[in-house]
Design a protein around this ligand. Structure first.
Ligand code: TXA
Ligand code: MG
Length: 349
């Protein structure tokens, strides 16, 4: 398949948005930017089109998709009820990186929701995404635009890497601001439960309702006692080709441990990449060391995380060692992605 690839600087490049919207209307696939990560979109109401998403990504059929809308008023068409808590969340956080799980109306095909009776809906805060949804006139089902299992994409070049020749259109724009996928909150249960941490933090959500909690299963390795409530959270995810190791604990000791591991791996003739922070980068005795950003600015760490994993794959390192982060604010979402990226191979010191 020939993939049309266009980069747009501003909304005045309307021609390309119109082209991409037509692809959506014709049942095709379009990768497009959002503020969280790039999405791989199809008409959420078109079963055949949605099927193509699963094929292009190599995505398991039991993993439901998030439906993206361009204005709050559209929500009524797709969900059975809008509880008061949802109204509050929408008022405060939409458009933005918050996906809300509702009971779905039957107009949403079962393939989109992977046979669940619920559906995750989000209004993204990205002008290109909103315009694309609006122009196409349909809700857009979009998982992250990456081959299943790999780190999500935050730049157009990475969508090209994963999907050139596999989808109809790649509509590129700036890199994603947030860099991690949306927070998912299930409001069909009481109290509401966070199924995936993201840019809207637990602390922010608790300002709306204090008993909101995080699904514990997502922070531990999948096992019989703890099954994650979001089907997608049970799969191997965010994994580069290199093996990932995460070292957590007192920062000084973490640096010491990483240097020790580094020397051992180098003795074994392995190529090692280190994910450090502004505060620690100077302490590493390695030439392949990247700072994810400052520990005082976890938003920058989040923004750089997936791209850094992918860059180390470009260089062809065998092992990526990352420092851990405190699990508060954005640190929860960052650690959730890191834990999955390393397959829970965490060294606590
Ligand atoms: O930021 C994002 O949310 C990005 C952009 C493109 O919007 N999308 C995204 O989609 O991350 P995806 O498909 O990569 O992740 C969706 C996650 C999966 O873990 C899936 O299992 C979960 O959401 N999910 C979707 N619908 C659900 C439902 N009805 N109940 C529980 N979990 C659901
Ligand atoms: Mg994904």
């Amino acid at each position: 398949m020939k993939t049309k690839i266009e980069f747009i600087d501003s909304l005045s490049d309307n021609k390309y948005i119109a082209e991409a919207a037509k692809v959506i209307n014709d049942g095709g696939l379009v990768a497009f930017p959002t503020e969280t990560v790039y999405g791989l979109g199809a008409n959420a109401l078109d079963e055949e089109a949605v099927k193509k998403i699963f094929i292009a990504k190599g995505r398991p059929q039991d993993n439901p998709l998030i439906v993206h809308i361009s204005c709050k008023e559209q929500l009524n068409k797709y969900v059975k009820t809008i509880p008061e808590i949802a109204t509050k969340l929408i008022k405060k956080f939409w458009p933005g990186p918050l996906t809300i799980i509702f009971e779905k109306k039957s107009v949403i095909p079962n393939i989109t929701s992977a046979n669940l009776q619920t559906i995750g809906i989000r209004m993204p805060n990205n002008k290109v995404a909103l315009k694309l949804i609006e122009e196409s006139g349909v809700p857009i089902a979009a998982p992250s635009a990456n081959i299943s299992g790999k780190p999500s994409t935050t730049e157009m070049e990475r969508c090209i890497e994963d999907f050139d020749g596999r989808i109809d259109y790649i509509l590129g724009s700036d890199k994603s601001d947030i860099g991690l996928e949306s927070t998912i909150i299930d409001i069909t249960s009481n109290p509401p439960c966070i199924l995936r941490p993201g840019g809207i933090t637990l602390e922010m959500l608790r300002e709306i309702q204090s008993d909101i909690y995080i699904d514990k299963a997502i922070m531990v390795k999948d096992n019989e006692d703890f099954k994650p409530k979001a089907p997608g959270m049970k799969y191997r995810h965010y994994a580069p080709k290199a093996k990932v190791k995460v070292v957590e604990g007192d920062l000084e000791k973490v640096v010491e441990k990483i240097n020790e591991m580094l020397h051992n791996y180098i003795d074994e003739k392995l190529k090692v990449g280190i994910m450090a922070t502004d505060e620690t980068i100077k302490f590493y005795e390695n030439n392949l060391v990247v700072s994810l950003g400052s520990r005082r600015n976890l938003a920058s760490v989040a923004q750089n995380l997936f791209e850094t994993l992918r860059k180390f794959d470009d260089i062809g390192v065998d092992i990526i060692i990352s420092e851990g982060f405190d699990e508060k604010d954005m640190g929860i979402a960052i650690m959730n992605r890191l834990r999955k990226a390393c397959g829970f191979d965490i060294i606590k010191i």
